[in-house]
Design a protein around this ligand. Structure first.
Ligand SMILES: NC(=O)C1=CN([C@@H]2O[C@H](COP(=O)(O)OP(=O)(O)OC[C@H]3O[C@@H](n4cnc5c(N)ncnc54)[C@H](O)[C@@H]3O)[C@@H](O)[C@H]2O)C=CC1
Ligand SMILES: O=C([O-])CC(=O)C(=O)O
Length: 342
C-alpha cells in the first residue's frame, strides 16, 4: 500500500501555493457558488467577490433571498460581476460557461449526527447539480464542499461519467478546512503564526478518514509525547464535531469553511491562470491506495489537477491511521457509486 506513495512533497510549496492569494488578473473566470445563500455560501461568495481572477460570480440557491444576496455583493467595488439565480429553472443559466463550480448546497449536521446521516438529503442535490454541470459547463472544475464529501465526489464523478464528460482532474472534494485547522492548532502549540505552518492532511473528510501527517509538519510540531500526538490527531479529526457541538443545533462550521473554500477556489483559479507551484490538499480520483478516491497534496494547473503529489513517508502511527481509514473510505465511496447506479 505504501510503496505507491510518491516522494515527500515540498512543504514550502504547500505553504506558498496555499496562502498567497494572487492579485494578477491574467484570465477572466466565471465562478458559480451553488448553495450561495447558506451559512457557507454567503461568506464564501463575499470572499470570492474579492478575488481579482473572478470576473463573473454567479450565485445559485433555492432560497428566495438569492437575488438579493447578489445585489448586495454587487455593490462591492471589486471587478467581479455578480448575478443571482434562484430555483431549478435558473440553474442552467447560472452554470453555463462556468470555469469553476463550488458546491456548498445541502443540509448541515446537528449535534448527534454523523456526516453520513446527511447522505440521504444531500446525495440527490449533488447528483442533480452535477448533471447540469455535465450539460452546461462540462469543462468546469467542480469543488464539492457538501457532506459527506467522501461519498459526494464519487456521486458527481459517476454522473459526469454517465454523461460522457468525466475528467478526474476536474472533480475535487474540498478538504482544505482540515488543513486550515491543523495549521491553526499547531500554530497554537508551537506559539507561531499559523500562516507559517504547513502540513498535509490526507485520506478523506470524516472522522477516522481525516489523517493529519504531523510527522511532515513544517515547522516540526513541538510535541514529543506520543499520547499528545494522538490527542492532537483526534482533535483535528473531530474538529467539525467540536463546532457542531459548540453551535448547539445552529449548524456546523460556516465561516472557517468559507475561508477554506475561498482559499481552495483561489488556488484552483491560479492554476487555471497558469501560475506555477500551486499546491493544495484535495480529495480526488486516485490510485495511491485501495480506495478509489483519496485526499493528499495535488498540484493545480491549467486543466485542474496537474499532478498527484502523493503523501510521502508515513511513520508507524500514521500507517495505522491509514489502515483504519481505508475500509471507511471504501464504504463511503461504494455508497456514492451505488446511489448513481441504482
Ligand atoms: N467540506 C467541508 O469541510 C465542510 C462541509 N460542510 C457541508 O456544507 C454543506 C452546507 O453547509 P451550510 O452552508 O452550513 O448549510 P446551510 O443550510 O446554511 O446552507 C445550505 C444552502 O444550500 C441551499 N440548498 C439546498 N438545496 C439546494 C439545491 N438543490 N440547490 C442549491 N442550493 C440548495 C439551501 O437553500 C441553503 O441556502 C453541508 O452539507 C455541510 O455539512 C460544512 C462545513 C465544512
Ligand atoms: O462537521 C461537519 O458536519 C461539517 C464539516 O464537515 C466540518 O466542519 O469539517
Amino acid at each position: 500500500m505504501f510503496s505507491r506513495a510518491l516522494k515527500p512533497i515540498a512543504a514550502v510549496a504547500v505553504q506558498n501555493g496555499a496562502k498567497n492569494f494572487s492579485t494578477t488578473s491574467q484570465k477572466n473566470f466565471k465562478v458559480v457558488v451553488a448553495g450561495a445563500s447558506g451559512g457557507i455560501g454567503q461568506p464564501l461568495s463575499l470572499l470570492l467577490k474579492q478575488n481579482a481572477l473572478v470576473t463573473h460570480l454567479a450565485l445559485y440557491d433555492l432560497a428566495p433571498v438569492t437575488p438579493g444576496v447578489a445585489v448586495d455583493l454587487s455593490h462591492m467595488d471589486t471587478p467581479a460581476k455578480v448575478t443571482g439565480h434562484k430555483g431549478p429553472e435558473q440553474l442552467a443559466d447560472a452554470i453555463k460557461g462556468a470555469d469553476l463550480v463550488v458546491i456548498p448546497a445541502g443540509v448541515p449536521r446537528k449535534p448527534g449526527m454523523t456526516r453520513d446521516d446527511l447522505f440521504n438529503t444531500n446525495a440527490s442535490i449533488v447528483r442533480d447539480l452535477a448533471s447540469v454541470v455535465a450539460k452546461e459547463a462540462p469543462k468546469a472544475i467542480m469543488a464539492i464542499i457538501t457532506n459527506p464529501v467522501n461519498s459526494m465526489v464519487p456521486i458527481a464523478s459517476e454522473v459526469l461519467k454517465n454523461a460522457g464528460v468525466y475528467d478526474p482532474n476536474r472533480v475535487l472534494g474540498v478538504t482544505t478546512l482540515d488543513v486550515v485547522r491543523a495549521c491553526s492548532f499547531i500554530g497554537e502549540i508551537n506559539g507561531v503564526d499559523p500562516r507559517t505552518v504547513s502540513i498535509p492532511v490526507i485520506g478523506g473528510h470524516s472522522g477516522v478518514t481525516i489523517i493529519p501527517l504531523l510527522s511532515q509538519a513544517k515547522p516540526a510540531v513541538k510535541l514529543t509525547n506520543q499520547a499528545d500526538i494522538k490527542k492532537l490527531t483526534e482533535r483535528i479529526q473531530e474538529a467539525g464535531t467540536e463546532v457542531v457541538k459548540a453551535k448547539a443545533g445552529g449548524g456546523s462550521a460556516t465561516l472557517s469553511m468559507a475561508y477554506a473554500g475561498a482559499r481552495l477556489a483561489g488556488s484552483v483559479l491560479r492554476g487555471l491562470a497558469g501560475e506555477a507551484n500551486v499546491v493544495e490538499c484535495a480529495y480526488i480520483k486516485s490510485d495511491l491506495t485501495e480506495a478509489g478516491y483519496f485526499a493528499n497534496p495535488v498540484l493545480f494547473g491549467k486543466n485542474g489537477v496537474a499532478k498527484n503529489l502523493g503523501y510521502g513517508e508515513l511513520n508507524k502511527f500514521e500507517q495505522e491511521l491509514l489502515k483504519a481509514a481505508i475500509p471507511e473510505l471504501l464504504k463511503n465511496i461504494e455508497t456514492g457509486v451505488k446511489f448513481v447506479k441504482k
